[in-house]
Design a protein around this ligand. Structure first.
Ligand code: ADP
Ligand code: ADP
Length: 228
């Protein structure tokens, strides 16, 4: 599903964030991306949803050459990708319902269908009863669950999460991981950058470890492998 071929990212300031990265991720995989700060994890992830473009090398998602997609076609590429951030990035003035509904690609869908779909995903993340709340009225874990609902509402084939539990306490983090596992169980690919040694070592998945812009380890049911 995701194919990276000798990918480089050199930012304008001259920093090399990706230094020849090659890997494949199959549909349905759950992958942790680990490594010290500055290793290139966020850059690795940003390549997947065309937040950054490669300086050299190729990244394909489902056969599409992401680096050369025309700007006007980027929204189509992103339709199949849900992105989740450490700081949630919800729209503060919109309700929970509106935050999720807004992200829904409305292609000649009738309002009833839209409402059903939004309420279904809110139920899936356990927040149906808070549909009318605004983000500031929710806990961090609840806000992240809204962000997950927003990310999955279009049934994307790929979910990318950059430190999704970075702002959450351990117990809340586990709740978020349970939601991710459910999403992954339906066949959705999940790629998650994380510093949580506890999660990686307890909920074993594929681990891609990065250092200085390179993949230094890639293990099936791997370990975190760093002291925190
Ligand atoms: P990580 O997520 O592992 O901390 P990043 O991909 O964020 O790694 O960063 C890798 C390197 O690239 C770091 O040295 C960082 O300072 C640098 N970097 C990241 N984004 C930019 C940017 N937009 N402009 C310049 N340098 C950047
Ligand atoms: P950035 O500036 O880092 O690109 P944005 O604030 O544009 O981030 O978007 C962050 C997230 O919020 C993305 O997942 C995007 O799809 C989503 N988003 C942006 N604008 C809206 C909106 N008006 N309604 C719902 N979701 C939005």
């Amino acid at each position: 599903m995701i194919e990276m071929q000798d990918l480089y990212k050199v930012y304008k300031n001259g920093v090399t964030a990706l230094n020849g990265v090659s890997t494949n991720i199959n549909q349905g995989e759950f992958v942790y991306v680990v490594g010290p700060s500055g290793a290139g994890k966020t850059s690795f992830i940003k390549m997947m949803y065309r937040e950054e473009t490669p300086s050299k090398g190729k990244i394909y998602i489902n056969g599409v050459d992401v680096g050369t997609v025309k700007e006007k076609n980027v929204p189509f590429l992103r339709r199949d990708i849900g992105v989740i951030f450490q700081d949630f990035k919800l729209l503060p003035r919109l309700t929970v319902y509106e935050n999720v509904a807004f992200a829904l690609e409305v292609i000649e869908e009738n309002p009833k269908k839209i409402k059903r779909r939004v309420m279904n995903v809110l139920e899936q993340v356990g927040l149906k009863h808070k549909a009318r709340f605004i983000p500031a009225q929710l806990s961090g874990g609840e806000q992240q669950r809204v962000a997950i609902a927003r990310a999955i509402v279009n049934n994307p084939k790929l979910i990318i999460a950059d430190e999704p539990t970075g702002n959450l306490d351990p117990e809340t983090s586990w709740e978020i991981m349970r939601v991710f596992e459910e999403v992954n169980a339906t066949g959705t690919t999940l790629v998650m950058a994380t510093h949580s040694k506890d999660i990686v070592n307890k909920l074993r998945k594929r681990v891609i470890a990065m250092e200085k812009g390179e993949i230094v380890r890639d293990e099936h049911r791997g370990e975190y492998g760093y002291e925190v």
